[in-house]
Design a protein around this ligand. Structure first.
Ligand code: URA
Length: 219
C-alpha cells in the first residue's frame, strides 16, 4: 500500500495528528490504538471512540463496511448492531464462520447528526474516506487476506478507488494490486431498508450467494 505523504510540520493537517502518526502501523495493535487517537479528519469530535477492525490477524477473508453505527460507536466493535445481525445471519446461512474472518470499516468513526435523542447516521464524504484509508490500508497490509469483500458503495470506493455498481460486478473476483481478490456485494443496511418483502428476500438471497462466493474464493 502506498504511504501517505508526510505532512509539513506546522501545517493545519499536521497539527491535527498525534506525534508518530506518520509512520505506518506495524501491527494490528498499533492500528487499534491509532484509530482511537486519529485526527486525520474531524469525525472523532462527535464519536465516542474509534472502532478498529477485529478478527484473526491472518484471516483469509476481510470484510469492509462503511462506518460504525450507533451501537458500534458505543461498543467499540464493528457490526454489532442491526446491520451486524443481518451480516451474522447471512454468514451463518452461507456457512462462513465470522470468527475466521476480519471485519472492519472504510471509516473508523461514527458520522452522525443529533436529532433530539437520536443519532442519525450520515454517509461519510470522499475526504473522510480518503483520510481513513491510512487505517484500512494498514489493516489490508497486515492481515494480507486472500479476499476482500466490500459491502456497499462507500466500502467499494475505499477498496477499489472507484464506484462499481453491485448489480453489475457482484459474483466476480476482481484482482487488487495487493494480491488480494476483491468482491463487491450489498451493504447489510440496504437489506434492512428494502421496503417490500419479496424484493428484500431476493436481495438477501443474493447477499448470501455473494458471501458463499467470497468464502469459496478464499478457501
Ligand atoms: N454499518 C457498517 O458499515 N459498519 C458497521 O460496523 C455497522 C454498521
Amino acid at each position: 500500500m502506498p504511504r501517505l505523504p508526510t505532512l509539513e510540520p506546522g501545517s493545519v493537517a499536521a497539527k491535527r495528528r498525534p506525534a508518530g502518526d506518520d509512520h505506518p502501523p506495524g501491527s494490528l495493535a498499533e492500528v487499534t490504538a491509532g484509530v482511537d487517537h486519529c485526527r486525520r479528519c474531524d469525525l472523532w469530535r462527535d464519536a465516542t471512540q474509534g472502532v478498529p477492525g477485529e478478527g484473526p490477524p491472518r484471516a483469509k477473508l476481510l470484510f469492509v463496511g462503511e462506518q460504525p453505527g450507533d451501537q458500534e460507536d458505543l461498543a467499540g466493535r464493528p457490526f454489532v448492531g442491526p446491520a451486524g445481525q443481518v451480516l451474522d445471519k447471512a454468514l451463518a446461512a452461507a456457512g462462513v464462520p465470522r470468527a475466521e474472518t476480519y471485519v472492519t470499516n472504510a471509516v473508523k468513526h461514527f458520522k452522525h447528526e443529533q436529532r433530539g435523542k437520536r443519532r442519525i447516521h450520515k454517509t461519510p464524504n470522499g475526504g473522510e474516506v480518503t483520510a481513513c484509508r491510512w487505517w484500512l490500508d494498514a489493516e489490508r497490509r497486515l492481515v494480507r487476506p486472500r479476499v476482500i469483500v466490500a459491502l456497499g458503495g462507500t466500502a467499494i470506493g475505499a477498496v477499489f478507488g472507484k464506484a462499481m455498481p453491485v448489480a453489475k460486478f457482484r459474483q466476480q473476483a476482481i484482482q487488487l494490486p495487493d494480491q488480494a481478490q476483491g468482491v463487491v456485494t450489498y451493504h447489510p443496511s440496504y437489506l434492512l431498508r428494502v421496503p417490500d418483502a419479496a424484493t428484500k428476500a431476493k436481495a438477501y438471497a443474493l447477499f448470501v450467494e455473494d458471501l458463499k462466493f467470497a468464502w469459496s474464493l478464499a478457501a
